[in-house]
Design a protein around this ligand. Structure first.
Ligand code: CS2
Length: 487
């Protein structure tokens, strides 16, 4: 028996479930990138708005690559379980906000058609950093990206996010309709503005007129999103299906903490996400910087150095007092670069982060966080490092994660075993490392030349080069664990 509309009534009484009439819900949102994070975060907020009675905001999800989420959710009428795991145990909620899932590569025309539905007022995005086809160091569209070149030649069968958005907006305008709002929920710096620049630049490569229309008519609100959501495992699926009494092929595991700070700019309206605690502010940037630099910066630091030391999960790294101390140090240093509004309690934020990382019920693999480092380092660590250098402040703790990344992308671990490095630049990073060898004085300078990561000026800054090279030398000579202990 499968989780579905038909079996909802048979679930145990302590499992929360949709109490509203799902058949009365319209599809006001199209979401691109229907992975675990969106289903733990934005869909949960939207579920609360639907439960409060506003039936405009059902979600049509789309996967831009794999059919797996659609294949799992189709037989379940889009229903899935959100399992919130904390110290106090596990809470289950079946979410009904997802009405349909499309697979873009199977039928790009069907997704374009959905995006052109006049009922669609908002397009939300969780496509990860690399999904924007941009240069991570500058934030500009990568005009030589294969998907971008493809989409310029085939506007009716796009592959990329800019390709889908621009063609859909062009068609809506031609039909005399309104522009939807584009809400990115990815961990990019100044995410609204960055995505606006990428999309308008892509539009300009197609035609000036549509670029002007998008620049003038489309809202790209900024957001800060936060909820730690590890990839679901087979063991999770089995355990949750066991508790439900019916099989759920697509549950999502997450932590009790959740935060969503949103710039309130939605010309065609929006769900009342405040029902589940979303906060609406005029300026998201300080919150976004705090999150990227404190949380994601320390997360990546723990992930690279933890993976190298053989720690499987973030909670495992937190059992090592030296790793805890380094994580706190990274947060302390990053915090000096922030300018927060009155009332924001950065010290409490740091304390909460340390607790969240230590949550033993969440098996968040260091390997998962290590993915796509070339896309993540600039906003997570390099921004803080630039600001500290400008202020003449020490950067030794902040460079530990950068040096850990350099050791990691060699593709060989401390025991000589292969590392499965997932990164759009993996091939290039690997060949740089193969040429340089695992020798700090050669490896670090070779990687400083990767401008997509370090930009033009940081990689040539002698203070940065010296600090990273000596951290890397220590990691290579003594191993990550001893290097963290000595840091
Ligand atoms: C993590 C984030 O995978 C990663 O790189 O650092 O996804 C992190 O769990 C989220 O940003 C938390 O909100």
């Amino acid at each position: 028996m499968r989780l579905s509309e038909a079996t909802l009534g048979s679930l145990p009484g302590d499992v929360a479930r949709p109490r509203y009439d799902r058949s009365a819900v319209a599809s006001g949102i199209v979401h691109l990138g229907v992975g675990a994070f969106q289903r733990a975060h934005q869909a949960m907020y939207t579920e609360a708005a639907l439960a409060a009675g506003d039936t405009r905001w059902g979600i049509v999800g789309a996967s831009l690559r794999s059919p797996s989420v659609r294949d799992a959710l189709k037989p379940q009428d889009g229903l899935y379980t959100l399992a919130v795991r904390g110290a106090e145990g596990e809470r289950l909620q079946v979410i009904g906000a997802l009405r349909d899932v499309l697979v873009a590569p199977e039928d790009p025309a069907a997704l374009l058609q959905r995006l052109c539905d006049p009922a669609v007022a908002i397009v939300t995005l969780t496509v990860t950093e690399k999904g924007y086809c941009h240069d991570p160091a500058t934030g500009a569209l990568d005009e030589s990206h294969p998907d971008i070149m493809h989409d310029l030649g085939h506007p009716n069968a796009p592959r990329s996010v800019p390709g889908f958005l621009v063609e859909a907006l062009r068609r809506r305008r031609a039909a005399g309709g309104h522009a939807f709002t584009v809400l990115t929920c990815d961990n990019l710096p100044h995410n609204g503005r960055t995505v606006r620049n990428i999309v308008t630049r892509f539009a300009a490569l197609r035609d000036r007129d549509i670029a002007g229309y998008i620049a003038n008519e489309v809202a790209f609100p900024a957001t800060m999103v936060d909820r730690i959501t590890p990839a679901t495992t087979d063991a999770d699926r089995a355990a949750i299906s066991g508790r439900l009494g019916v099989a759920d092929a697509a549950p999502v595991i997450t932590e009790p903490f959740s935060q969503w700070v949103i710039e309130d700019r939605f010309p065609l309206g929006r769900p009342d996400w405040g029902q589940a605690g979303a906060e609406f502010v005029a300026n998201v940037a300080p919150y976004e910087n705090m999150k990227l630099r404190l949380l994601n910066g320390s997360h990546s630091t723990l992930a690279y150095l933890g993976y190298l030391a053989g720690y499987e999960t973030i909670a495992d790294t937190m059992t090592d007092p030296n790793y805890r101390r380094l994580a706190e140090g990274v947060m302390d240093d990053a915090a000096t670069t922030l300018t927060m509004p009155a009332g924001a309690d950065v010290a409490a934020y740091k304390r909460a982060l340390m607790e969240r990382y230590a949550n033993p019920a969440l098996k968040h693999r260091t390997w998962q966080i290590c993915m796509d480092g070339s896309q993540k380092l600039p906003q997570r660590l390099l921004g803080s490092i630039r600001d500290r250098l400008a202020a003449g402040a020490p950067i030794d703790r902040l460079v530990m994660g950068v040096a850990g990344w350099m050791r990691y992308v060699t593709g060989v671990d401390e025991a000589g075993q292969a590392i499965d490095v997932r990164d759009p630049l993996a091939g290039r990073l690997r060949s740089i490392a193969d040429q340089a060898g695992i020798v700090a004085e050669r490896l670090a300078p070779a990687l400083f030349g990767v401008q997509e990561v370090f930009g033009r000026e940081l990689g040539v800054d002698p203070r940065f080069r010296a600090a990273v090279t000596s951290a890397l030398a220590l990691i290579i000579a003594r191993g990550a664990k001893a290097a963290v202990a000595a840091s």
